[in-house]
Design a protein around this ligand. Structure first.
Ligand code: PLP
Length: 450
């Protein structure tokens, strides 16, 4: 397979090294190693500029839900670009795909989430939620209700507000500045790492809920505006909270007039076998849902904030003179919205959510067999959102020293064997395309075992 022989890999790498600053670039490493240049994709596979094939178990970056290289996606995007590539979304104009997509999302989203604000991706959806929360509370006359609560190790994006809401210590180095006076981080629900000796899952959840209640009491319920949570924490290490946690946190929000924002940038559009995981997987109907990634399967950049009738009614109050002064040049971009509509059509037509329901449990079960290996501490996750945690000592759960970069070493070795996984310190994370078959699962698990 050497259709790619036309590429001069060395020259591409040099251009990239000299001029392209990557997200999360570790300068000393990048200077030496550069990045693997990918030239082509098809289904679950990507090909580098030398033509080598890899199974991409990461689905790009949790986003490639329908698989790469789809002709019908390219055609839908081209047709929309030809028909009408751009019109301003500001108030007096709209476009056909944006209107249709907003209606489609309202149909797919849980009950009262019937309103959509389009953004450029996940971070801008979180920023939009942040600004809408302030606006909403001010419109209700609750001018003091501005504090935001989220969790340690959460990831909500990379804009100023989104990064401040996120709680990954590694993302908060002192060289950056963050909003710290009105944003607070609770403990995160990692039972494997954070439970006290002998503490049951129920006791663990009780303690987390109590911490939340105590924080609200300390700040005053009249000062807490919203709680942000990923239904399953992604970049923070694929943390599935023990049974009941999310529901109880949600109930605390309801009791205290606190908005529950489910960050479903990763979990929506089928990754857990549902359009949205909050209601179908965890039994809660949030006030807001942020989404992106699987919305277009990465064929176009697009995010969407979905919000409830209750919030809409406040914003939309007659004769209030209100204007939600917020938006982006590319809000509701017609080509991106056309890509999302086609993507949703493919997810429906090919029953890919059903595939996740069928193959997901097999993936979890097969991956779990790796727990018999001496360096595997825990395999966790749900359906098409999983991770392997490596430990130096299974008994004590002691981690390998950071300089040994265990996750990266395993993923580099897997690269050589034709499998892409994502290394996050002592983890390998996977979120494959929803088209993955049981035979693909066997390849992924046997390769990781090697
Ligand atoms: N929220 C969550 C849960 C994410 O995982 C991400 C990205 O990984 C974001 C928000 C930010 O999305 P984006 O990178 O599209 O801005």
């Amino acid at each position: 397979m050497s259709q790619q022989a036309q590429y001069d890999s060395q020259a591409i790498n040099q251009m990239d090294k000299d001029h392209h600053l990557h997200p999360w670039q570790i300068f000393d490493v990048f200077r030496e190693e550069g990045a693997l240049a990918i030239a082509r994709g098809e289904g679950c596979y990507i090909y580098d500029t030398d033509g080598k094939r890899y199974f991409d178990s990461v689905g790009g970056l949790w986003c490639n839900n329908i698989g790469l290289g789809r002709k019908e996606m390219a055609e839908a995007i081209a047709a929309q670009a030809y028909e009408m590539s751009y019109a301003s979304p500001f108030v007096d104009l709209t476009n056909v795909p944006a209107a249709k997509l907003a209606a489609k999302l309202a149909e797919l989203a849980p009950g009262p989430l019937n309103h959509v604000f389009f953004t450029c991706g996940g971070s801008t959806a979180v920023d939009t939620a942040f600004r809408m929360i302030h606006y909403y509370q001010n419109c209700r006359g609750k001018h003091e209700k501005k504090h935001i609560i989220s969790r340690m190790n959460s990831y909500h994006g990379s804009t100023y507000a989104a990064m401040s809401i996120g709680g990954k210590p590694g993302d908060h180095p002192p060289e950056f500045e963050y909003i710290s006076d009105t944003i607070h981080h609770l403990s995160y629900p990692n039972y494997y790492r954070c439970a006290a000796d002998g503490q049951s899952e129920t006791e663990f959840v009780d303690a987390l809920v109590k911490e939340f209640e105590d924080k609200i009491a300390e700040l005053g319920a009249d000062k807490v505006a919203a709680f942000f949570a990923e239904p399953i924490m992604g970049a923070g290490g694929v943390i599935v909270a023990p049974e009941g946690y999310l529901k109880r946190m949600y109930e605390v929000c309801k009791q205290n007039d606190i908005l529950f924002v489910a960050d479903e940038v990763v979990t929506a559009f089928g990754r857990l076998g549902h359009w949205f995981a909050s209601e179908s997987e965890f039994g809660i109907v949030p006030d807001m849902i942020t989404s992106a990634k699987g919305l277009t399967s990465g064929y176009q950049p697009l995010g969407a904030l979905l919000f409830s009738d209750e919030i809409w009614d406040v914003l939309n109050e007659e004769d209030s003179g209100r204007c939600f002064a917020h938006g982006f040049t590319y809000s509701g971009h017609p080509v991106a919205c056309a890509a999302a509509l086609k993507n949703i059509e493919i997810l429906e037509k090919e029953k890919l959510l059903e595939n996740v329901m069928e193959v997901g449990p097999y993936f979890e079960q097969q991956l779990k067999t790796l727990e018999d290996l001496p360096i595997v501490g825990q395999v966790r996750g749900r359906k098409f959102m999983v991770c392997v945690e490596y430990v130096a000592n299974k008994e004590t759960k002691a981690l390998f020293p950071e300089e040994q970069d265990i996750g990266k070493r395993v993923s580099n070795h897997a690269d050589e064997l034709g499998l892409i996984t994502r290394a996050i310190v002592h983890l390998n994370v996977m979120s494959p395309p929803l088209t993955m078959s049981k035979a693909d699962v066997d390849f992924v698990v046997s390769t990781l075992r090697k």
